[in-house]
Design a protein around this ligand. Structure first.
Ligand SMILES: Cc1ncc(COP(=O)(O)O)c(C=O)c1O
Length: 553
């Protein structure tokens, strides 16, 4: 059922019917004893925590109809969401109003500006007012565009016409080669291009249909996108220390509870490596997740946008701190290598090559019949929403996905820089008593201020992650995101800290950071880290100290 590139696909009415389970356990490779662990809860520290599975979201739990949306639940303080800055003090960025409070169209209309983008706006306005800020909220790789990419884009500027819905053949070929080099043989027909991986993810959620299981915590947009399409996100806690993957045992519980309540979860999202925690799921957990998804007939959506920025493989057993992308792929395998018939993979150049503003991403559809059907539905949606990805950008992206040496060197240099910065910032949070999962990839940290909770409560009146992020912004000009924006439990004092914007204020500074052997010693970076030291020290000083820092501005 492969489709001519220019042909206009038809959208089947909605998603596959409930009985149309795309995946079965026969489609999962390496289904061994580790699969059995999933059913028993085995070695997952949280295995027995059934209520945790439904906590926050499904707490209303299996009760799909009633506010099963953690993203919009608990912390949805302001709810109007019209003005990101107004929402900021509460850290309240509801994905949408709860479906039982408003009709579907109202719920969709009330989607607020994405938490990360809103925090960025709030910091920008402080900066415009001359208040010193530390930008730790926005998940951007703040690095310059490589000269070779600028040239490739300029050379394609004359491509003004529309192109095929699925994307230009050179980009799809380059995407197939990219995955081939990471152990995933890929046919041209399996590759669909889009204007960023975010719209591709949305198109995939729509094409698959039904509710979606997402890790708790997870990137802000999965739950918001599910809500936008009138479905329900079901947050499933991740195993301790392994971000981006729903605990397989708790996933089973959640799916069954949802079914009993009349909801049908059809997909599960995995983020490999993870945003917000900067960690990587273990191979054994990924295998169990694949077995579980196959047993439940779920399509796995594997968001691998940070795949090439793995800088530590502690949990993945391959040792070398700055391993190549291929070694990283082998050590932390994509679920598509384990469950090829059930797994869609998305990636982009936004993070590895700092091209978020170019809006380019690619998806690899599953092998087999399910993949073909899903592709047809995705193309139908794409044809009605974005028609075709931007032509010149696709040409330049094709060059990038072919991975010439100049660009793999560039990705290696940024991986090294992200690693150094993430570790340095993690050490600072740790030194004031926060617990920080060791950063393994990208430029994210997920510190937990639980150990100093009492001190923060007594000194600053902080009780929730939203209180803490608001305090950091208002008092110290530091932008971070509360864990609650990622579906985490609001009382937990966890924050998402993004370190990718600390490399400098000018292109020149950022370029220098990339090529420096000791980037943290560069004066503008050293002073940023010193400022962070001062703030964190002040934040965690006990209330009786008279040495408190003055408020900025
Ligand atoms: C986990 C994750 N997936 C997807 C995206 C979307 O990236 P883009 O639409 O730029 O490809 C982001 C961006 O922050 C992300 O963090």
């Amino acid at each position: 059922m492969s489709m001519a590139e220019s042909a206009m696909p038809t959208i089947e009415s909605g998603a596959p019917s409930g009985g149309d389970a795309p995946c079965g356990s026969g489609n999962v490779s390496g289904g061994d004893a580790s699969g059995g662990d999933a059913a028993s809860g085995g070695d997952t520290g949280s295995g027995g925590d059934v209520s945790g599975a439904s906590g926050g979201d499904a707490g209303s739990g299996g009760d799909a109809g009633s506010g099963g949306d953690a993203a919009s639940g608990g912390d949805a303080g302001s709810g109007d969401g019209a003005d990101p800055k107004a929402a900021m003090p509460d850290g309240a960025f509801p994905a949408a109003a709860a479906p039982d409070e408003v009709g579907r169209s109202d719920a969709v209309a009330s989607i607020a500006v994405s938490a990360t983008l809103a925090a960025n706006e709030a910091l920008a306005s402080k900066r415009r007012a001359g208040i010193p800020v530390l930008p730790l909220a926005f998940g951007e790789a703040g690095l310059p565009v490589h000269a070779a990419l600028r040239e490739a884009l300029a050379a394609a500027a004359g491509r003004g016409g529309y192109g095929p819905v699925a994307g230009l053949t050179p980009l799809r070929e380059a995407g197939a080669g990219y995955w081939q080099r990471r152990g995933l043989p890929t046919q041209l027909e399996q590759v669909v291009c889009g204007p960023g991986s975010k719209p591709l993810l949305f198109g995939l959620l729509m094409a698959i249909g039904g509710d979606v299981a997402v890790p708790k915590p997870s990137w802000v947009s999965y739950a918001a996108q599910a809500t936008l399409m009138g479905a329900q996100p079901h947050f499933v806690p991740t195993p301790p220390g392994e971000g981006g993957i729903p605990d397989p045992y708790l996933l089973t519980k959640t799916v069954k509870a949802a079914r009993a309540a009349g909801r049908r979860i059809r997909s599960v999202v995995v983020t490999l490596p993870d945003n917000p925690t900067g960690t990587i799921a273990r191979q054994s957990t990924m295998r169990r997740l694949c077995m579980t998804a196959a047993e439940l007939g779920l399509t796995i959506i594997s968001d691998e946008i940070y795949r090439d920025l793995v800088h530590d493989l502690v949990n993945a057993s391959a040792g070398d701190a700055l391993a190549t992308a291929a070694a990283a792929a082998a050590a932390a395998p994509s679920p598509a290598t384990i469950a090829p018939d059930c797994t869609v993979v998305t990636t982009a150049l936004s993070k590895s090559l700092a091209l978020g503003g170019w809006r380019t991403g690619i998806a690899r559809l599953p092998d087999g019949r399910h993949g073909v059907a899903l592709r047809d539905r995705l193309l139908g949606i794409a044809s009605e929403v974005w028609s075709t990805p931007p032509g010149p950008v696709q040409q330049a992206a094709a060059y990038a996905f072919n991975e010439p040496q100049v660009l793999t060197d560039r990705v290696s240099a940024s991986r090294r820089l992200h690693s150094q910065m993430a570790r340095a910032v993690a050490a600072r949070f740790t030194s004031v008593g926060a617990q920080v999962p060791f950063p393994q990839a990208a430029f994210y940290l997920y510190p937990d201020f639980g150990p100093v909770r009492e001190q923060l409560r007594l000194t600053h009146g902080v009780n929730t992650s939203a209180d803490l992020s608001a305090l950091l912004l208002d008092r110290y000009g530091i932008g971070v995101l509360p864990g609650s924006a990622f579906g985490d439990d609001s009382p937990a004092l966890r924050l998402r800290v993004a370190t990718g914007m600390l490399y400098g204020n000018t292109e020149h500074e950022r370029e220098a950071a990339l090529s420096a052997s000791e980037p943290l010693a560069l004066p503008w970076i050293a002073s940023t880290l010193t400022r962070l030291d001062e703030v964190l020290e002040d934040l965690t000083l006990s209330g009786s100290s008279g040495r408190r820092m003055p408020r900025p501005g």
